[in-house]
Design a protein around this ligand. Structure first.
Ligand code: KIV
Length: 273
C-alpha cells in the first residue's frame, strides 16, 4: 500500500509555471528546524553552498563538499513538507564533464530526496544543464555573480554595471533557459539588466541583489535575520536575532554561575516551543 502525504510538495514545473505570475519566495535553510519555519512561508527552500560560510566559517564556498550538501539537504527535507527543496551542487562536483555532473546530481537526489539541484554558470554549463534536465534532474541555473568562481573573478563585485558588459550575462541567461533549466538565480546584477533578462527569457528569474524586477527573490536566511557577522550591502534585515541570542546565552550562563538552574523535575517536563 502506498502512503500518500496529505500535503503536496511543490515541484520544479510548479515553479517554472510562475513566470510573470505571483512572485516566487525563496530562502536558504541548512537544518531541519529552520526548514520547518521557512517551509510555512516560502515556495522554495535552497540548501545553498553558502552553508560553507554560514555554518562552517569558510571565507568562500570553494571548500564545500558533496557530503556536506547531502547531509544538510536530507535534514532540510526532513524538516519541510510543502516547499520545493533545491540543493546546490558544490564546486568541483559538476564542472569536469556532464557525466560527473549527472553522477553528483543523482547522489544528491537519491540521498536527500530533494526536488532539484542548482549549479553555477551560463553558456559554459549549458550542455550539462541540458544533459541533466533530459535525464530527469530539474536544474536551477545561477548566473551573474557566481561565488564558486571567486578565484578567477578576484572579488564579489556587482555584475553588468555598465551597459557594455551586459552581452555575456544576457548570453548566459539565454543559454541556461534554452538548455532546459526550470528557473535561474540572478546574483548581483544591475537593475536594468535584471529587468531586461527577466522580460526576455521564458523561465523565472530569482534575484539576489538584482532588484525587484525579477520573478522572485532569494536571501540567505541568517543574513536577513541579522545572524551573520558580515552581509552584502543589498541585504534588507528583517530581524536582529544576534543580540537576542547573545542575551539569552548570557542569562543562561548567569543562572548556571549563580546556581539558579532548574532541577531535573523541570528538565524532563517537555514543553512545546
Ligand atoms: O549558496 C547560496 O546560498 C546561494 C544563494 C546566495 C543564491 O547560492
Amino acid at each position: 500500500m502506498s502512503v500518500q502525504s496529505a500535503i503536496r510538495r511543490k515541484t520544479a514545473p510548479d515553479i517554472r509555471a510562475r513566470k510573470r505570475g505571483e512572485p516566487i519566495v525563496m530562502l536558504t535553510s541548512y537544518h531541519a528546524h529552520t526548514a520547518a519555519l521557512v517551509d510555512r512561508h516560502c515556495d522554495v527552500i535552497l540548501v545553498g553552498d553558502s552553508l560553507g560560510n554560514v555554518m562552517h566559517g569558510f571565507e568562500t564556498t570553494v571548500p564545500v563538499t558533496l557530503e556536506m550538501m547531502i547531509l544538510q539537504g536530507a535534514a532540510v527535507m526532513r524538516g519541510s513538507k510543502q516547499a520545493l527543496v533545491v540543493v546546490d551542487m558544490p564546486f568541483g562536483s559538476y564542472e569536469a564533464s556532464r557525466e560527473q555532473a549527472f553522477n553528483s546530481a543523482v547522489r544528491i537526489m537519491k540521498e536527500t530526496q530533494c526536488g532539484a539541484v542548482k549549479l553555477e554558470g551560463g553558456v559554459r554549463m549549458a550542455e550539462t544543464i541540458a544533459f541533466l534536465s533530459g535525464r530527469g534532474i530539474p536544474v536551477m541555473g545561477h548566473i551573474g555573480l557566481t561565488p564558486q568562481s571567486i578565484n578567477t573573478l578576484g572579488s564579489f563585485r556587482a555584475q553588468g554595471r555598465n551597459e557594455v558588459d551586459w552581452g555575456p550575462i544576457e548570453d548566459d541567461a539565454k543559454a541556461v533557459a534554452d538548455a532546459g533549466a526550470f528557473s535561474v538565480v540572478v546574483e548581483a546584477v544591475a537593475e536594468p539588466l535584471a529587468r531586461k533578462i527577466t522580460e526576455t527569457i521564458a523561465i523565472p528569474t530569482i534575484g539576489i541583489g538584482a532588484s525587484a524586477a525579477c520573478d522572485g527573490q532569494v536571501l540567505v536566511l541568517e543574513d536577513m535575520l541579522g545572524l551573520s557577522p558580515r552581509t552584502p550591502k543589498f541585504v534588507r534585515r528583517y530581524g536582529n536575532l544576534g543580540p537576542a541570542m547573545e542575551a539569552a546565552i548570557e542569562s543562561y550562563a548567569a543562572d548556571v554561575r549563580s546556581r539558579a538552574f532548574p532541577g531535573p523535575e523541570h528538565v524532563y517536563d517537555m514543553k512545546k516551543s
